[in-house]
Design a protein around this ligand. Structure first.
Ligand SMILES: Cc1ncc(COP(=O)(O)O)c(C=O)c1O
Length: 382
């Protein structure tokens, strides 16, 4: 057994970002400034998007996108029950009504037929999550959005590198929202980004992210002379700092090598677990690129003789950090009480949420770490 605990999702931090953070601190300009502008521009280029605005989390990105989508109180937004609470909370913070549509049991992504059944006269937007880095079925989803006049806001927290039929996730709809949280494919500590198709949307998001102050208010302490700003709406404090962007700029340069490392780990897990009585993640579909953000196995007690929670505890006892992505949204008391949602009404998400366990897959893992994870899983399950 390992003698040190393997932290789940620990990021790989290398010299260039450490030095960039030091340079940023020495420059004295820690807040939103030139390094944020550089990260926005490089991320926009990587994704081939029209506009990019950096914010301090994906939660903020989702919230501001929903506001910029022009939702009114009572408008409905359809999303998945197999997601982090932030997705649903952002809809609520924007004053809209979340509506859940179950996932496909194989892909674990929102099922377009369930989306179609959930559409009412009040539906204004659809918010798919590219779960684990696997792109959603964008053809039917975009078709539905077009036919029903819905805005599309993509939650790309897991899917920076993903593509569907040659097109990059986060560029299908009006808004694409990304996370650079510590466990994500690239990190800034806390951090996020919004891609937009229209310039007006990106300007509105930039204004909303900094108190509703007019564009470029962050430059007011620069060397070009004091600039007055106007508050043009009631905004939020969601801007990214240069200190965060200093990390992200260098992480972004390594995004493809980190992707390859996670793909190798994914393949090694597939080989090692091929004969175990657990369900492994479905292979990526043709004409798509998976971001390999999570490697999730399903532990069904009837087949394995051990329940999911007992499996989690057994892994932790062997010093392997493990995650759960996710208990389905209706399992949480807040949503049950507020909306009367029941897990059984979304049976695929419920079953996955009760059986799923995410194994470490960060680019930081050494070959020894990967073999330690494998040995533990094999010992517990076989
Ligand atoms: C699917 C999904 N959406 C949204 C978020 C929120 O991201 P952030 O922590 O950057 O606000 C997360 C973060 O874990 C996530 O996994």
């Amino acid at each position: 057994m390992r003698d040190t605990f393997l932290v789940f999702g620990s990021p790989k931090i290398e010299r260039p970002e450490i030095e960039e953070v030091i340079a940023c601190m020495e420059s004295g300009w820690l807040g939103t400034g030139p390094r944020v502008a550089r990260l926005e521009e490089e991320f926009r280029g990587y994704k081939g998007a029209r506009h990019a605005v950096a914010v301090n989390s994906c939660t903020a990105a989702l919230h501001l996108s929903l506001l910029a989508a022009g939702l009114n109180p009572g408008d409905e937004v359809i999303t998945t029950p197999l997601t982090f609470c932030a997705t649903v909370n952002a809809i609520l913070h924007a004053g809209a009504v979340p509506v859940l549509a179950d996932v496909d049991s194989r892909t674990m992504n929102i099922d377009p037929t369930c989306v179609e059944s959930a559409i009412t006269s009040k539906t204004r937007a659809v918010l798919p999550v590219h779960f684990a880095g696997r792109p959603c079925e964008m053809d039917p989803l975009c078709d539905l959005a077009k036919r029903h006049g819905l805005k599309m806001i993509e939650d790309c927290a897991h899917s920076i590198e993903s593509e569907y039929k040659g097109r990059k996730t986060g560029t299908f709809g009006e808004f694409g929202c990304f996370s650079f949280y510590v466990t994500k494919n690239i990190v800034t500590g806390e951090g996020g980004m919004v891609l937009t198709r229209n310039e007006e949307d990106s300007i509105r998001i930039k204004v909303l992210a900094l108190h509703g102050m007019s564009k470029d208010a962050w430059k007011r302490f620069g060397d070009e002379g004091y600039k007055h700003y106007s508050v043009i709406e009631c905004g939020f404090k969601y801007n990214m700092m240069d200190l965060q962007a200093a990390i992200g700029i260098h992480q972004l340069h390594r995004i493809e090598s980190y992707w390859q490392r996670r793909r190798d780990i994914w393949q090694r897990y597939n080989e090692a677990f091929a004969d175990l009585p657990v369900r492994l993640p479905a292979a990526p579909d043709p004409e798509t690129r998976h971001a390999y953000h999570l490697y999730t196995i399903l532990v069904d007690e009837e087949k394995t003789g051990i329940g999911r929670d007992a499996f989690l505890n057994a892994m932790t006892r062997r010093n392997i950090g493990i995650g759960v992505h996710y208990l389905s949204i209706p399992e949480h008391p807040f949503y049950r009480n507020a909306f009367g949602w029941k897990p059984e009404d979304y049976p695929n998400a419920m079953r996955i949420g009760r059986q799923t366990a995410s194994l470490p897959i960060s680019a930081k893992l050494t070959d020894r770490d990967v073999e330690d994870v494998i040995d533990s899983v094999v010992q517990i399950i076989s």
